[in-house]
Design a protein around this ligand. Structure first.
Ligand code: ZN
Length: 144
């Protein structure tokens, strides 16, 4: 088993709803770590291209940069918790990975010492990686 990890940061505001009450809007410097894994390397000795991974993550988080998550899809309809941000990033990046490479986990730090981790279920992502990326995006609810 091989694993690659990439990390990015972005600034964005959010206000989550807890027990029906929306908290005040506030900002974070979000730190995202995406871990992908797979059993086999390609002919060049790579699990996959770091730059491809970075592009996939950059495209996923670009709409959030310096914005309110509450006004940015999919969080204009989904509570923008760190847990759901991590799951959204996992699903979106997973749809762009080559066969044999899967998202293992996505960690989202919204404040020092406050970290949420989405740990991808193996079976769901194995099935997702076999679908076309458009099918996978539909499953994740990213594209409607
Ligand atoms: Zn917050």
């Amino acid at each position: 088993m091989f694993e690659l990890r990439i990390r990015r940061t972005f600034a964005a505001a959010h206000a989550i709803v807890m027990a029906g009450v929306r908290e005040p809007m506030h900002g974070h410097n979000w730190e995202v770590t995406v871990a992908v894994s797979g059993d086999a390397l390609d002919a060049d000795g790579l699990l996959c291209d770091f730059h491809m991974l970075e592009r996939a993550l950059d495209e996923t988080i670009r709409p959030f940069m310096n914005r309110s998550l509450n006004e940015t899809a999919p969080f204009d309809r989904v509570n923008p918790t760190a847990e759901l941000v991590a799951q959204h990033i996992a699903n979106t990046v997973a749809a762009q990975l080559p066969v044999g490479v899967r998202v293992k986990e996505v960690r989202v730090v919204e404040a020092p010492q406050c970290e949420a981790c989405f740990i991808a279920p193996n079976t769901a992502l194995d099935a997702m990686s076999k679908n076309s990326s458009s099918d996978a995006r539909l499953q994740s609810g990213v594209v409607r």
